[in-house]
Design a protein around this ligand. Structure first.
Ligand code: FAD
Ligand code: UDP
Length: 366
């Protein structure tokens, strides 16, 4: 007979890693099952040519929550990386997020009041509260920046017209009238020295993890192994899509090793033209100021998710939110199962928000 654990954690990503850490401290036993061949979920790094490759896309830890920052720094040291992506459009480069460096290059001006005058003139086409991403973007930065740096990128990323996307997606990006290329407004930011696996290993410690193990291959059997289950896979998949499928965006990553020390001089370059099929190129060594003789780059191609693919981004529009609420009601009726994390809660969470959400669960449970 199999051993009985306090918790069965489905998925070895960041959410369950935080839970496993706190559960261990509270004297609870956990078994983790993970269908991939590694732990870490989407923050997993693979070492290639002595470079930590962010296997599932660029990951930069940023937060304004001191409790979260102190927690992760208690486990691993962070470097001073500040995300300052570049946007490439028809042979020219522009600084991101949208700030005085972007405006100076776009309009050949130098002063904040000049930039503001241009933006105000261009944003006047939008009357009233922005109803979708296009209107929101134009009312934030005007039509030139919308056309060159937002429209193509966003339509590639989300696979639909900007008029059919919710405004909040673009509100994540800062707009500044200062010369500041920091992509985030958060107080704290960095990359774990040694890559994200160091953080994941510190969180899981000696917690038992079984890889290549899919909960859905035997839900009853796995449930019977523990008093409670914490499920971080997609909530609709758990319920066998009985109410219909939630929408996700997927990605395809194309990684190459190049025999040169530096390919693009920056960790992230966004390709904002619709005609270029990928959204960005990541050069991994720059996350950790690497000086290796070779370099590793990854092109990121957005894809429409269909069953069997990795669901990377929840598409949090109105229609999906409604369906999610119905799944949420089903989830609330599962006495032994708690749904957590980006897929379990169907939320476009960054890592710090995942840690916060896991903290909330720990407070309730442990
Ligand atoms: P996941 O990492 O998805 O882990 C869930 C795990 O569950 C997976 O390993 C999966 O294989 C496993 N699983 C699912 N179903 C089953 C099953 N049936 N049986 C067994 N195992 C199962 N956040 C930031 O803060 N900064 C960034 O710069 C950033 N960049 C990102 C870039 C990309 C391309 C993506 C996709 C995300 C990015 N994020 C970023 C978000 C970040 O990846 C997430 O917040 C975080 O990894 C979510 O952790 P999680 O544990 O909820 O989920
Ligand atoms: N975005 C854009 N151009 C860019 C970068 C971002 O239009 O060069 C838009 C796009 O709609 C994207 C959103 O801003 O989905 C949020 O960007 P962020 O980098 O936060 O998205 P992530 O890839 O981290 O989810």
């Amino acid at each position: 007979m199999s051993q009985k654990y306090d918790y069965l954690l489905v998925g070895a990503g960041l959410f369950n890693a935080v839970f496993a850490y706190k559960a261990r401290k509270a004297g609870k036993t956990c078994l983790v099952i993970e269908k991939r061949n590694h732990r870490g979920g989407n923050i997993y790094c693979e070492t290639v040519e002595d470079i930590h490759v962010h296997k599932y896309g660029a990951h930069i830890f940023h937060t304004s929550n001191k409790e979260v920052w102190d927690f992760v720094n208690g486990l691993v040291e962070f470097n001073r990386f500040t995300n300052s992506p570049i946007a490439y459009y028809q042979g020219s480069v522009y600084n991101l997020p949208f700030n005085m460096n972007t405006f100076a290059k776009m309009w050949d001006i130098t002063k904040p009041e000049e930039a503001l005058a241009i933006i105000n003139e261009q944003r006047a086409v939008i009357q009233g509260e922005p109803k979708n991403l296009e209107e929101q973007a134009i009312s934030l930065v005007g039509t030139d920046i919308y056309t060159k740096l937002i429209k193509g990128y966003t339509e590639k990323q989300w696979g639909r017209d900007c008029t059919e996307l919710p405004a909040f997606i673009i509100k994540r990006l800062p707009v500044r009238l200062t010369y500041d290329n920091n992509y985030f407004n958060d107080r704290y930011q960095g990359i774990p020295i040694g890559g994200y696996n160091v953080l994941i290993d510190a969180l899981f410690g000696d917690t038992e993890i079984r890889l290549h193990t899919d909960f859905l291959s035997d839900p009853e059997g796995f449930q019977a192994m523990a008093d409670k289950v914490i499920y971080t896979g997609p909530v609709d998949e758990y319920f066998q899509y009985q109410l219909g499928k939630l929408e996700y965006r997927s990605l395809r990553f194309e990684t190459e090793v190049l025999d040169q020390p530096d390919f693009q001089g920056n960790a992230v370059v966004n390709y904002t033209e619709r005609e270029v099929p990928y959204t960005r190129i990541i050069e991994h060594k720059h996350f950790e100021f690497g000086t290796q003789p070779k370099t590793v780059i990854t092109k990121e191609y957005p894809e429409t998710w269909v069953e069997g693919m990795e669901p990377y981004y929840p598409v949090n529009n109105e229609q999906n939110q409604k369906l999610y609420q119905q799944y949420r009601a089903l989830a609330d009726r599962e006495p032994k199962v708690i749904f957590g994390g980006r897929l379990g809660e169907y939320k476009y969470y960054d890592m710090d928000k995942v840690v916060e959400s896991a903290f909330r669960l720990c407070e309730q449970e442990l």
